[in-house]
Design a protein around this ligand. Structure first.
Ligand code: ASP
Length: 332
């Protein structure tokens, strides 16, 4: 071949490659084109981890790539929230926030390194989970009243496991102690999974936890449920009274969660994840499985990004008031 023709050909090939490359860079990459990580800020084996893995698995079935759960636990979930807030806003790192990290934390930590509704965009709200007051099987407390009576006689002596300051187990336990007029000593863990291990082992006296991982422990005879924090009794917990209808009239507590993305995440990412979850919600095998664990599946119009944003904002107002009225001093 003539050298001039050869050079021209080479140039043409190079130009085509360059054009292809430029075109590739501009073309919208389908999302997700690699696995997506959901950061769950509590220990493996706890209720947040369990519900997040159940939802992640079902949502994965609607996506071309799997959702993987990672657990950066600590400081009532705020360690994971900070990591998530600082992650690249490309849709590949999302955050499972909850009542504590997204609503109460700003009023419990003076130097919180994120602002929930400034640093995150809401994607969808998970099902809500009521809570249950637990002691180990064979404990001397046979009812919530037994526990409150002993706590009244020995203020601050009974130990209560929590997942750290501002976790739902802590918020609910503070609320319980204030309503019952008693004082417990709170023992923080990286999640209620490890706290539950210590409850079974007798290192702590009691805890409040979500129904979903408590149920198998109760059925397996390792823990005793003294009372539920739901409005009405739950069929999954036969014979367990509610606090609202019993010892603490009107007392309610539950844990809510939501999936959030770092601020700046493209709207198409939010829509893809929301759409996948809406499809999961239409699957009765999925929703029935959650309900069997005592989990409250919310209707579709309460779970989208706008609903989650409004709900998060209203919960922040509520917890700001509760924390102020309870006279809780924020952590430095
Ligand atoms: N959700 C629990 C809490 O906030 C913690 C956990 O799931 O381990 O107390």
């Amino acid at each position: 071949m003539h050298p001039l023709i050869q050079t021209t050909l080479r140039l043409a090939v190079a130009a085509a490659a360059l054009a292809g490359g430029l075109h590739g860079a501009h073309a919208q990459e389908p999302y997700p084109s690699r696995p997506v990580t959901w950061l769950v800020p509590f220990a493996v084996g706890g209720p947040t981890d369990a519900i997040a893995r159940t939802v992640a698995q079902r949502v994965s079935a609607e996506l071309p790539q799997p959702v993987i759960v990672d657990n950066p636990a600590g400081a009532g979930g705020t360690v994971g929230a900070v990591r998530a807030a600082r992650s690249k806003a490309d849709g590949y790192t999302l955050f499972v926030g909850h009542i504590g990290t997204m609503a109460a934390a700003p009023y419990l930590f003076k130097s919180l390194k994120y602002e929930p509704l400034r640093d995150f965009v809401p994607i969808f709200r998970f099902p809500d989970t009521p809570m249950v007051l637990l002691v180990r099987n064979g404990a001397r407390f046979k009812s919530a009243r037994d526990l409150f009576e002993e706590a009244r006689k020995r203020p601050g002596q009974l130990t209560f496991g929590t997942a750290g300051v501002g976790s739902s187990s802590h918020l609910a336990a503070e609320h319980l102690a204030a309503t019952a007029g008693v004082k417990f000593t709170f023992v923080p863990y990286k999640g209620t999974g490890p706290a539950m291990t210590d409850l079974v082992g007798g290192q702590i006296d009691a805890m409040l936890d979500q129904t979903n991982v408590s149920l198998p422990q109760i059925q397996g005879g390792r823990l005793t449920a003294l009372a539920l924090t739901s409005q009405s009794p739950l069929p999954q917990f036969p014979g367990v009274p509610t606090l609202a209808e019993g010892d603490l009239p009107g007392f309610l507590a539950s844990t809510w969660y939501g999936l959030y993305a770092p601020a700046g995440t493209p709207a198409a990412v939010v829509e893809t994840m929301r759409g996948a979850y809406m499809k999961a919600l239409a699957d009765t095998a999925f929703t029935d499985g959650l309900r069997k664990q005592g989990i409250d599946v919310l209707p579709g119009d309460q779970v989208g990004p706008a609903a989650l944003r409004d709900f998060t904002a209203s919960e922040q107002k509520k917890w700001e008031r509760v924390i102020r009225e309870a006279g809780i001093t924020p952590q430095p």
